[in-house]
Design a protein around this ligand. Structure first.
Ligand code: ZN
Ligand code: ZN
Length: 399
């Protein structure tokens, strides 16, 4: 099916600026990796894909004088600024249910997000057994929306300089293609990651003083405005449990909730900039500090640090199939992100059915149809759903 896709449906007109300066890499079905490939145009690339049919296809975010040379001799000229937001790194209520990992070294296994080190043997390599789920992808999308907003409003990138993609598996990518970022080194890129993920964020350095909130408004620029927005959202909905969760004692959480509720309209109007701030008796600096810190955390964008700071990184090729799903990496306009449906737009195989034997799969949706759950059973599925289960190692083609 991958071959059929690359022969019939892969469109070579994917926009890859300065294609001849980029390095390409491919992972084969047999398990080996090919790197340092170059193509002078998209037709050459498409013909290579038709002939070799890789499991995964990648292209560098970097530009080189000689992309075919070994790494030290390539002559690095610059790189796009790339962000990956992946459900692998976002704690969701469901990843403890559908994600499992096993340590390659000692076989220790657990549920949820893959740890950095194995708790049993300190090993760092794992086999993961994850699922592509609507809740996880919705939370990845939320992080992406926050990131897009920061890149636009705080960094001033134009929408034409930013490209938005669904990865074909569990996340979203944003590529900033602009002369202003091209030659930034890893350290500069790390500063950008720290800014968007709020690492080392000192609210005091943004003029946020819990003793004096006068002038704080959602209309403020950068992190001040973001925190004000977070506070607005928090105060609008928070109940006693929420105040307790941000670190207040149960007894004061109840009284603070009462005070907040009776002063809510006033506070929200002050945060919106439409009414001067007034001190509220009974809500002290310690409470405001907790609310400010919690609000800051809510506004951060959870990006994969390693991807953005690695200036030689290979990124999945747009339009190629993701070997873990058989779904395509697709580009879509950032302005349409709210309504973007990865389970529709990324489907590569639109026709035909295949009979598979499914070992186990949770309920899932593709297009407008919902499938499963399945457990050790033979089923006829639309080819896209069958390929997804096979790629996820949950099914085999039935004999
Ligand atoms: Zn281990
Ligand atoms: Zn999930």
């Amino acid at each position: 099916m991958f071959r059929e896709y690359y022969v019939k449906d892969f469109t070579p007109n994917q926009n890859i600026p300065a294609i001849e300066k980029r390095e390409f890499g491919f992972a084969s079905f047999e398990g080996w990796m090919l790197r340092h490939k170059t193509f002078s145009n998209t037709d050459e690339l498409a013909s290579f894909l038709r002939d070799s049919v890789p499991l995964h296809a990648y292209v560098s975010g970097a530009y080189y004088e000689d992309p075919e040379a070994e790494m030290e001799k390539k002559g690095w000229l610059g790189a796009d600024l790339i962000f990956e937001i992946d459900a692998d790194h976002i704690p969701t209520p469901c990843n403890k249910i559908h994600d499992e990992w096993t340590c390659n070294k000692c076989g220790f296994s657990g549920k949820g997000i893959v740890p950095e080190k194995c708790p049993a043997c300190d090993g760092e390599k794992f086999d993961d057994h994850t699922w592509i789920c609507e809740v996880c992808l919705a939370s990845a999308k939320l992080e992406t929306i926050k990131l897009l907003d920061m890149l636009t409003r705080d960094f001033g990138f134009h929408e034409k300089e930013m490209r938005t993609f669904f990865s074909g598996h569990r996340g979203y990518h944003i590529h900033v293609e602009s002369e202003t970022v091209k030659t930034l080194d890893s350290i500069a890129r790390k500063e950008i990651v720290d800014y968007v993920s709020g690492l080392g964020l000192e609210t005091a350095l943004h003029g946020l003083d819990e003793n004096d909130l006068r002038n704080l408004s959602v209309n403020d620029s950068s992190w001040r405005g973001r925190i004000a927005k977070g506070m607005h959202g928090f105060i609008l909905n928070a109940g006693p449990d929420d105040y307790k969760n941000i670190g207040l004692e149960r007894s004061s959480a109840t009284s603070i909730t009462k005070l907040m509720t009776s002063n809510k309209d006033g506070i929200l109007n002050s945060l919106s900039g439409s009414r001067p701030w007034r001190t509220i008796k009974g809500i002290g600096p310690e409470t405001w500090k907790r609310i400010i810190e919690h609000s800051a955390k809510q506004q951060t964008a959870n990006v994969d640090t390693v991807v953005t700071t690695d200036i030689h990184r290979l990124i999945r090729l747009t339009g190629s199939l993701h070997g873990k799903t058989g779904l395509r990496k697709v580009e879509f306009p950032a302005a349409a992100i709210d309504s973007f449906d990865p389970f529709k737009s990324a489907i590569a195989f639109k026709a035909g059915t295949t009979t598979v034997f499914v070992s186990n799969a949770p309920e899932f949706r593709l297009g407008d149809e919902t499938f499963g759950p399945y457990q050790n059973q033979k089923v006829d599925l639309p080819t896209a759903a069958a390929v997804l289960l096979i790629c996820k190692k949950r099914a085999e083609v039935a004999q």
